[in-house]
Design a binder for this molecule. Structure first.
Ligand code: UD1
Ligand code: CA
Length: 456
């Protein structure tokens, strides 16, 4: 196998009209990540020497997601062949005469193609005397409006005919074009420059370069993938279907790593979720971006977790909400209706019920009672609360930040703490309790009497 240079062109200039959205189509998310990033991550596994993304006009947001890769603008959307042409100026060294340079064209709206499939195309291309041009093809249940791939008896691709231009006989072909191709750079460049737009849609069709290459006697082949993998996302329905496929892949990967998903269909994962092993996840759990969960954790039902690092043996939920910046130490516990944000809980620290812990540091083995609130925001700034190791915060305590509770300190239930408390001290802030003997009974008797007088 020879080592060849590789440039990848990603076509992402489409308007995505059917999404009915102000957001460019390729920025719609799957598993909390823009479609375009899925496509880029997939193809980056080939370690290409260059990636150029073709975007539509006024697509600053797309350019940001494409960064650090170069983007070029296709002003008029004249077809896939025309879109590829826009990238040539950015591909010096791939279009000239270097026959060791390859060009691959992929679509920004086909986010489910697996690295293995890109690799299969590349491996075939890099074989000794490998084909000059390789397309990705599939056999869908319904061939519909896809371009049809015509092969000769040797399996070479003779050409690709768009549905709109195809005869009934050609429409009966079940092998369809997925749109993606890989070929020798100078050849791809030369053939694309020969394209015209004399066809049913008046567009410059990229796949027609297969017809040109075959006519020149070049070796042209197709690699096949599953329909599920090459599906394009053009509508919200298709976005949901793609999300389903992706979630299934992520769940399968998690289970293969040693995570029990009690109800896989209701476990929501992100592409970057990191798991240790022997983790149990109960039904209906949402895991957003940037979450890692270490060995032997138990994530209970209805928890919502994002941007959190959860240490080994921790128990989270049911109904816990861990927001970005949360770090839970080994054996930590966060129970029902507890919200954490920018909060570092030490080993074995517990907040089991009904609390808000924001912008806080909680020492090892500290115990935060039910209803404790860190009052971190004064309407202008966020302030920090620090709770020392082994401290005990009684129920229904308001900790008005900035405030420090010392290690081993005890705060009495119902306190509003506005000043720092020293290590091992006890702080209680309460109104004085008044207990008048018999006052309840005499109050009741007087009210009863008034009521009866009114009736009479
Ligand atoms: C294309 C193929 C068809 C194939 C199908 C697979 C052509 C002519 N046809 O058809 O054989 O079966 O994909 O899904 O290539 N784009 C641009 N600029 C343009 C036109 C398109 O950037 O001027 C981008 C789109 O954003 C999209 C991709 O190219 O990411 C494909 O374009 P689309 O119009 O969806 O092609 P199809 O008609 O589906
Ligand atoms: Ca399409």
């Amino acid at each position: 196998m020879t080592k060849r240079k590789l440039a990848v062109i990603v076509l992402a200039a489409g308007q995505g009209t059917r999404m009915k959205s102000d957001l460019p189509k390729v920025l719609h998310c799957l598993a909390e990540k823009p479609m375009l990033s899925h496509v880029l991550d997939g193809v980056e596994t080939l370690s290409p020497d260059r990636i150029v993304v073709v975007v539509g006009p006024d697509a600053l947001a797309v350019e940001k997601v494409a960064a650090p890769h170069k983007t070029v603008v296709q002003v008029d959307r004249l077809g896939t062949g025309h879109a590829v042409k826009q990238a040539f100026d950015a591909l010096d060294g791939f279009c000239g005469s270097d026959d060791q340079a390859d060009i691959m064209v992929i679509f920004g709206d086909t986010p489910l193609i697996r690295p293995e499939t890109y690799q299969a195309m590349r491996a075939q291309r890099c074989e000794e005397n490998g084909p000059k041009l390789i397309g990705l093809a599939f056999r869908p249940e319904e061939a519909g409006r896809y371009g049809r791939v015509k092969q000769d008896s040797d399996g070479r691709v003779m050409g690709i005919i768009e549905h709109a231009d195809a005869t009934d006989e050609e429409r009966a072909i079940d092998l369809c074009n997925a749109g993606i191709l890989l070929g020798e750079g100078p050849t791809v460049h030369r053939l694309i420059n020969q394209l015209d737009n004399n066809n049913a849609q008046g567009e410059y069709y990229l796949p027609v370069i297969f017809d040109f290459a075959y006519a020149e006697g070049l070796d042209t082949r197709a690699v096949e993938a599953s329909e599920e993998e090459v599906m394009g996302v053009n509508s919200r329905q298709e976005l949901a279907v793609a999300e389903g496929v992706l979630q299934q892949r992520l769940r399968a990967k998690a289970m293969a790593q040693g995570v029990t998903l009690m109800d896989p269909d209701t476990t929501w994962l992100s592409t970057d979720t990191e798991f240790g092993r022997d983790i149990i996840i109960e039904p209906s759990v949402f895991i957003g971006p940037k979450v890692s969960i270490a060995d032997n954790c138990h994530i209970k039902a209805f928890s919502h977790i994002e941007g959190a690092e959860i240490g080994a043996e921790a128990a989270i939920g049911p109904y816990a909400r861990l927001r970005p910046g949360t770090v839970i130490g080994k054996g930590g516990k966060v129970g029902n209706f507890v919200e954490t944000k920018n909060a570092v809980l030490g080993e074995g620290a517990k907040a089991n019920h009904l609390s808000y812990i924001g912008d806080a540091e909680v020492g090892a083995k500290a115990n935060i009672g039910a209803g404790t609130i860190t009052c971190n925001y004064d309407g202008f700034n966020k302030w920090k609360t620090s709770i020392g190791a082994g401290a005990f915060i009684g129920s229904n305590t308001a900790l008005v930040a900035p405030v420090d509770i010392g290690a081993g300190a005890i705060v009495g239930a119902g306190s509003t703490i506005t000043k720092s408390v020293a290590d091992d001290a006890m702080a209680v802030v309460r109104g004085r309790l008044i207990d008048k003997a018999g006052a309840g009974a005499s109050f009741r008797a007087s009210r009863k009497k008034i009521k009866e007088e009114k009736k009479g």
